[in-house]
Design a protein around this ligand. Structure first.
Ligand code: FES
Length: 282
């Protein structure tokens, strides 16, 4: 369930009269506790001067995703959204792919968008030393006890899933937004229970899969089908048709031809835009 942090000015923003939202961007969260932690941080951010609303989102696994939250704020009529990356460290290409994702979504989802901006990360803040000093002097610093005996050896379950989806996390794919694609796939996997549906689907990141010019790339096994120029809409189609239906999605697939291939149409998804309503409330 999405959680909202609202100030007294929110009603005005919700009514479509503008206002500034701050969107805290974290990497991943798998359990309820980190979601609650982000909600608490957003509550504090919502009290800052000049902030009409503060929310959080995740760029990899975890809901709401960045796109979901952006669309939610857009529907509510916020005039401006400032993204605040909260992760450390921030990869050199992070801002580039973030800008590319934002521009792609602006193209894919028609209508008026709020003004978007991206703040610098925590490492760039002049208040970083103050923050570090604060946590170092906090009485909750935890002392780790000396181990009294060897830790127990743990066992593992061997995965039963027969299908594999490898999402390339090589440099070209990362710069093309592979993190957002990965996050969308993992969220779909959770929502559609893909691990235990049909043959079962296991997802993993990989190093470079080869056809870097087709970034972002993923590959579906056991067929070994390559998909290129993957977007959220392409993921939706691959989940529905390939992972659940067993049919290759020709529109996004690149079979091995023995010749160099380029992306056929980088805007191909404009015909099948991101299905906003399906994902926001799934
Ligand atoms: S970096 Fe993804 S295919 Fe090479």
């Amino acid at each position: 369930m999405m959680q909202s942090t609202r100030t007294g000015k929110l009603d005005q923003a919700s009514a479509g009269h503008g206002g500034r939202a701050v969107l805290l961007v974290a990497r991943s969260a798998f359990a309820a506790a980190p979601h609650r932690e982000m909600a608490r941080i957003a509550t504090r951010a919502g009290r800052l001067p000049g902030v009409d609303r503060a929310e959080f989102c995740f760029i990899e696994q975890g809901t709401p995703s960045l796109l979901e939250r952006l669309l939610e704020l857009r529907r509510e009529g916020l005039a401006e959204i400032t993204l605040v990356p909260l992760m450390l460290p921030i990869e050199p290409g992070f801002r580039n792919w973030l800008v590319r994702c934002l521009r792609r979504w602006q193209g894919e989802v028609p209508g008026r968008w709020p003004r978007l901006s991206i703040a610098s990360g925590p490492a760039e803040s002049p208040a970083l030393e103050t923050l570090l000093e604060s946590v170092l002097t906090d009485e909750r610093v935890e002392i780790i006890p000396e181990p009294g005996r060897p830790l127990a050896v743990e066992g593992s379950i061997v995965p039963a899933q027969k299908r594999r989806v490898l999402v390339c996390a090589g440099r070209a794919c990362n710069e093309a937004g592979a993190d957002a694609i990965w996050g969308h796939l993992r969220n779909c996997q959770e929502r559609r229970k893909l691990r235990v549906t049909g043959d079962g689907v296991m997802t993993a990141k990989s190093t470079c899969l080869g056809p870097c010019s087709l970034a972002p790339v993923l590959q579906v096994f056991p067929e070994g089908t390559y998909y290129g120029g993957v977007t959220e809409a392409a993921i939706d189609a691959i989940v529905e048709e390939h992972l659940l239906g067993g049919r290759v999605v020709e529109k996004h697939a690149y079979p091995p031809t023995g010749r160099k291939q380029r992306l056929r149409d980088p805007h191909a998804d404009s015909a099948t835009p991101y299905r906003e309503k399906d994902e926001i409330h799934a």
